[in-house]
Design a protein around this ligand. Structure first.
Ligand SMILES: [Zn+2]
Length: 303
């Protein structure tokens, strides 16, 4: 990002100055505990979408969380999401119909059992469930089938509208501004937390909208996966600059000290598993058994 950030500085707008003044904490130090950072992998570039810029992977000297540096500003992220991630309203195509059939078939359940259920499509239950970042509501249909009263939170208006047209309940506001009329039994953060500039605040907001004994289900890339070691800078889950924070079982959720203590007071981790997906199932399966899979899955209960 060095090149583009230089050009941004030379043409800084008043709005950018206001943003930087309003959120100084988010641009300095560890996203969880604000401690100092050291570079562990310099010069990671985007390999998926052709986005320019180079980012360092830095690690917190206190809690061990890894994150990208420099952090994009909220304004830069918004523009990048609008350009590369916007849901275009695809529906009722042959592809979407086949996909929907697959998601409701026994073959899909078997696939999840073998490969890993990092979207939480297997657990059956009751009560109110909120899927944060629900997109056009694919997951909501599955959670409903599994017994939950499922609702979504989605910032993309187009995607939310498509979901509502299917009869699904979708709220469109920032999580921090979300004031639900009822608390939830389950909140799902499936591949969401790693995208946040303020993951701790996200978890505290989740706690705010959970019932006592409610659960949060989180999946995100595992920064200790063996694929990261093998592929180095080319690891698919660096996904700069969209993936901001990189969690591991030890750094983010399982250590009883430092900032994680604050999280543990709020969220008692009941179990923690690692999953892998892909074609090389035996290797991936072994990776899962050793806790070095590519996806970190956490199910935690509010106490
Ligand atoms: Zn830290």
């Amino acid at each position: 990002m060095t090149t583009s950030s230089e050009s941004v500085q030379s043409s800084t707008t008043f709005q950018q100055v206001v943003e930087k003044l309003a959120e100084p904490e988010k641009t300095r130090g560890c996203l969880l505990c604000r401690s100092t950072l050291t570079v562990v992998l310099p010069g990671v570039t985007d390999t998926r979408l052709g986005i320019g810029g180079s980012y360092d992977i830095v690690r917190c000297t206190a809690c061990g969380l890894e994150q990208i540096h420099p952090l994009p500003s909220p304004g830069e992220l918004k523009a990048l999401y609008e350009k590369h991630y916007n849901f275009g309203g695809e529906r009722d195509t042959t592809y979407t119909r086949i996909r929907e059939w697959f998601h409701f078939s026994p073959v899909y359940r078997l696939w999840l059992i073998l490969d890993g259920d990092f979207s939480f499509h297997l657990p059956k239950g009751t009560g109110r469930l909120l899927d944060i970042g629900c997109n056009e509501g694919r997951g909501l249909k599955i959670y409903s089938r599994n017994g939950f009263q499922a609702e979504g939170l989605e910032l993309n208006e187009t995607a939310a509208r498509v979901a509502r047209q299917k009869g699904l309940t979708v709220h469109t506001c920032l999580l921090q501004d979300f004031q639900p009329s009822h608390l939830y039994d389950v909140v799902v953060l499936s591949n969401v937390l790693e995208h946040s500039l303020s993951p701790k605040e996200v978890l505290l907001d989740v706690r705010r909208i959970l019932k006592q004994d409610g659960e949060v289900w989180i999946s995100c890339p595992n920064s200790r996966s063996w694929q990261r070691k093998v592929f180095g800078r080319d690891w698919a889950n660096w996904h700069v600059p969209f993936h901001i924070a990189h969690f591991s079982p030890a750094t983010a959720f399982a250590r009883p000290e430092r900032v994680t203590k604050e999280l543990r007071n709020a969220l008692l981790v009941i179990f923690l598993m690692l999953f892998m997906r892909g074609l090389f199932f035996p290797i991936l399966w072994l990776g899962n058994l050793l806790g070095r899979g590519d996806c970190l899955v956490v199910m935690a209960r509010r106490t």
